[in-house]
Design a binder for this molecule. Structure first.
Ligand code: UN1
Length: 520
């Protein structure tokens, strides 16, 4: 177990320095936040899960402020949509450079607000840099198709146009990467982005926005391309209901997504939803167990179990279950839990007390269902960090896939079940409401192909011999069923941020009608 390296005062000073380095006028914001707090006006309080304590209050955006932010974005759209896409790419290229320059500052803020280890925090910032690269390339490849027309002297083709202001509602666990997946693509596609970050992570959002605004200024882009709004569910709802926002991209819980989806559908807007995951790995008899153990532990315990791609279920063939479990219990027993900035730390804190309560409740339900906690589950560093929530990641052997196993609990709890037949394993795997990420560990080519086939895993991410988390940005990211169906980041995800126009052009002197219709 690792102790605390720094107290709240030192963490606050480091965060302030990082914010100033990124160009955020944080001293003014802090003064405003304190004034708002003492006047009883709404605030968003920056805090750190590392000690569990508050850092300072920031002013929340008022309803007028949210409406004004959308208005600004609408104004920017009028200019940005006719700016050539490769020129829009310059802005994202500059943003990528600024992110590289401020990688340490941004990673420090991610560690402060989410409690990620420096390596994982840097990885998240790297994900932003990578997606900027992808978007810059895309800015010259927003291509439509030309289809053969059935009529002589006609051309049939499609053109992709900018859509309009995009609202991005992001979650605490990837406070900057998910914004960048959306905004780097949206910006090259010609769309401004109004961002509402999680209330738990306002500082990383302020830093990214300051850098994006700087990139926009330096490129001569219009003002209002990247407005930020801070606040709670009311602020999110206002954005979601604003008819000037044609696309809402939201990451978070299933109930949130259900509400957002219905509201946006009611006004015929579009949504891109990234909701819960209940990700599972199958460990087959032929699995390379060294590799499987490493893949499983990173996916299940990394980021303290707080990725939407976190491994939550394990289906192990009964012939290898005892050996795999013994190895997992041994590795889990020596996982370094504590201040993420401590030397060697691999597991930081849970984001907030309610995450710990959810973990305790899930463990109690699992025990009631006949589950046996093989290792972990207990809270640690209670005296040293009473307001924080550090826990030992848990492995729980379950007799069956009961309701608690079918529920996503955003904490490091890995439920293990055994199987004897791959068909049976796939059926159990797919028998959950969520459908984000999945993996099989096998050296058998037939099993691997079956896993990826139409009657295999029903998830959006289907891996072989790697864990469920840590996707690269080049692929489309997202999942099926209650995960929401959205796809972000790589491949052709950019299409969600554009509208398609089908063009038929007649360059003949005749007017033949389609389908051979005769109209006199
Ligand atoms: C999330 O948890 O919301 O695949 C995103 C991963 C990361 C992104 C996770 N690249 O684990």
């Amino acid at each position: 177990m690792l102790g605390l390296v720094a107290g709240t005062d030192e963490i606050r000073e480091r965060a302030l320095a990082a914010l100033r380095a990124c160009g955020v006028d944080v001293d003014a914001l802090r003064t405003e936040g304190e004034a708002a707090a003492s006047a009883g006006a709404p605030v968003v309080t920056a805090r750190t899960p590392v000690t569990g304590e508050d850092l300072f209050p920031l002013p929340a955006t008022s309803a007028d402020g949210v409406a004004a932010a959308v208005g600004l974005a609408e104004g920017a759209f009028a200019v940005w949509r006719t700016t050539p896409a490769p020129v829009r790419g310059f802005l994202v290229k500059r943003l990528g450079q600024l992110l590289v320059e401020h990688l340490d500052d941004l990673a420090a803020l991610v560690t402060t607000e989410v409690g990620k280890t420096p390596s994982e925090a840097r990885g998240e910032v790297q994900e932003m840099v990578d997606v900027c690269d992808l978007a810059v390339g895309l800015s010259r490849q927003l291509t439509g198709r030309t289809m053969p027309s059935e009529r002589p002297g006609h051309r049939l083709m499609e053109t992709w146009h900018p859509l309009g202001p995009v609202a991005v509602v992001s979650a605490f666990n990837f406070p900057v990467a998910v914004w960048s997946w959306n905004s780097a693509l949206a910006l090259v596609c010609g769309d401004p982005v109004v961002w509402k970050p999680s209330e738990l992570t306002p500082l990383t959002a302020l830093a990214c926005t300051a850098l994006a605004e700087r990139a926009a200024r330096e490129c001569g882009a219009p003002e209002g391309l990247v407005p930020l709004v801070l606040g709670g569910a009311d602020v999110g709802k206002q954005l979601v209901d604003d008819p000037r926002v044609p696309l809402v991209s939201a990451t978070g819980s299933v109930p949130m997504g259900r509400d957002v989806g219905a509201r946006v559908a009611a006004r015929f807007g579009r949504t891109l939803l990234e909701l819960g995951g209940n990700n599972c790995a199958v460990v087959a008899p032929s699995a390379d167990l060294d590799l499987a153990v490493r893949g499983i532990v990173f996916a299940a315990a990394g980021t303290a179990g707080q990725r939407c791609t976190t491994l939550r279920r394990l289906l192990v063939h009964s012939s290898v279950a005892d050996e795999l479990l013994a190895r997992l219990v041994e590795v889990y027993g020596r996982l370094p839990v504590g201040d993420p900035s401590a030397e060697g730390a691999l597991v930081g804190p849970l984001v907030a007390p309610r995450a710990h309560e959810a973990m305790e409740a899930a463990l109690a339900r699992a025990r009631a269902d006949g589950g046996e906690v093989l290792v972990g589950g207990e809270r640690v560093l209670v005296d040293e960090a009473p307001a924080a929530r550090y826990v030992r990641p848990a492995v729980v052997r379950m007799p069956a896939q009961t309701d608690v196993v079918r529920t996503e609990t955003f904490a490091p709890v890995l439920y293990v079940m055994t199987y004897d037949d791959l068909d049976e394993a796939i059926a159990v795997h797919n028998d959950v409401p969520q459908g984000l990420s999945s993996a099989i560990f096998t050296l058998d080519a037939r099993e691997a192909e079956r896993w990826m086939a139409a009657d295999g895993s029903d998830c959006g991410i289907v891996n072989v011999n790697i864990g469920t988390s840590g996707a690269e940005i080049g692929g489309a990211f997202g999942g099926e069923k209650e995960t929401g169906g959205g796809r972000e980041s790589g491949s052709d995800s950019w299409r969600a941020y554009m509208r398609r126009a089908t063009n038929t052009v007649n360059h003949s002197r005749e007017l033949p009608l389609a389908q051979g219709v005769d109209f006199g």
